[in-house]
Design a protein around this ligand. Sequence first.
Ligand SMILES: [Zn+2]
Length: 99
Amino acid sequence: MFRKSRFVFDKIDTSSCKGVLLALQAYLDGELDEAIARQVAVHLDVCEMCGEEADVYVELKRSMMRYTPSVDRTVVERLESFAERVVVTEGTTEEDIAT
Ligand SMILES: [Zn+2]
């Protein structure tokens, strides 16, 4: 699969929490280069703080997929606007590839 959009994460400092957290979302979305993704995975393994942060992102993504009725309304709305931003961004990218 060819991806035109390349994140600016070709060079991140995966030995620092800051670098890992910056790339975390792209990592979880599978957008990172394999080599970098592996380094992030290693960091998440050894760093408790970033590991927890990754769990939060995973939970966030999960609740975006299946809207649980128990979730607070404002939280859902925040997730919805976040999801819309993501969809718009990715939609633009898909079009770029198609044309
Ligand atoms: Zn860390």
